[in-house]
Design a protein around this ligand. Structure first.
Ligand SMILES: [Zn+2]
Length: 323
């Protein structure tokens, strides 16, 4: 691992990202501390680079300084818990994961199914969020769905709805991700300007997964009378403030659902399901990763932002070592 430095005495330093202030992050190097009671030590393999983290730094949503990174996989390197021995491949539900090594409370550890790769394990947290969101939709009586926004989270939700046999029409401006949506099972994928008049205010279920004011407006315009508008997008820009067409929500008697979850127990249960879905090749989020980022390049990504066409970046601490 190129970024793990040794002191002259040979005791290892742990490298981690610190968000310092609006638009600024840095790599810090700190000595390894003794293992805290009730914790295991995890050598981090991959961390999903989440838009909510990069946006938090870009938007200056402190408090700062802050540690970030909640999509984490790795291998246990030190443990006194007989149920979680050294060498166990795991996902960890933590919030300081952009690091070469972390200490994790045992109850925040999910041991992996042998078929789940460490890359998919890191992405079990976002897949868990999509699972929880889709679980909230009353799909049994839903004839079809529209998904607005086929970024990483949108594509995961698409795949889960497709696995239920639901026909899903995707609306997405980027051609490359429209093509990905078709390859992941969408019935049709339209650019916003291709939406026919007949599709407006005519859909029983619309899932918004853009996190943008325009996406929310578009999703509203597509939901029919007594339809469900599910909000999976994480609305962070502009301090999260949005203007909604309340008359349309009222007149069309929309059921508006936030598809987000904050119960640790629920998220961990769904992370376990997520890694099993990946192990069984039902939903394989690592197929959507289009960029592997070494730790040394992570600050630049945070400060300059992702390229527009990137679907998902993964911090890769494996240095090309096979699992
Ligand atoms: Zn995330």
């Amino acid at each position: 691992m190129t970024v793990t430095k040794s002191t002259p005495e040979g005791s290892q330093l742990i490298s981690h990202l610190t968000a310092v202030s609006r638009g600024h992050v840095r790599l810090d190097h700190a000595p390894r501390l003794p293992l805290a009671p009730g914790h295991v030590r995890v050598r981090v393999a991959y961390v999903g680079i989440c838009h909510s983290d990069t946006a938090m730094v870009r938007e200056g949503q402190g408090p700062f300084p802050a540690r970030l990174g909640h999509e984490v996989s790795g291998i246990i390197s030190e443990s006194e818990d007989p149920k979680l021995p050294q060498g166990t491949r795991v996902a960890a539900y933590i919030s300081d994961g952009y690091a070469t090594e972390v200490q994790v409370p045992s109850e925040r550890i999910i041991p992996l199914h042998p078929g789940c790769s460490l890359a998919d394990a890191a992405l079990s947290e976002p897949l868990a969020c999509a699972i929880g969101g889709v679980e909230m939709l009353d799909l049994a009586g839903t004839p079809h769905a529209v998904l607005v926004g086929a970024g990483f989270m949108g594509l995961l939700a698409l795949r889960l709805m497709v696995c239920r046999g639901l026909p899903v029409t995707v609306v997405e401006p980027r051609k490359r991700t429209r093509d990905l949506a078709i390859s992941w099972g969408a019935e049709a994928a339209l650019a916003p300007e291709e939406i026919p008049e007949s599709m407006l205010a005519d859909n029983p279920l619309v899932v918004e997964a853009t996190g943008s004011p325009g996406g929310l407006e578009l999703a509203t315009s597509l939901a029919g009378i007594a339809g469900t508008l599910g909000i999976l997008g994480y609305h962070q820009s502009g301090r999260g403030l949005r203007t909604v067409d309340m008359e349309a929500w009222n007149y069309r008697a929309l059921r508006v659902l936030s598809l987000h979850h904050r119960s640790t127990g629920d998220v961990m249960r769904w992370m376990d399901r997520a890694q099993r879905l990946s192990a069984n090749r039902v939903v394989v989020p690592s197929e959507l990763v289009d960029r592997h980022v070494p730790l040394s390049e992570l600050p630049e990504l945070f400060m300059n932002g992702e390229k527009r066409d990137t679907v998902k970046s993964l911090l890769d601490l494996t240095s090309g070592v096979p699992e």
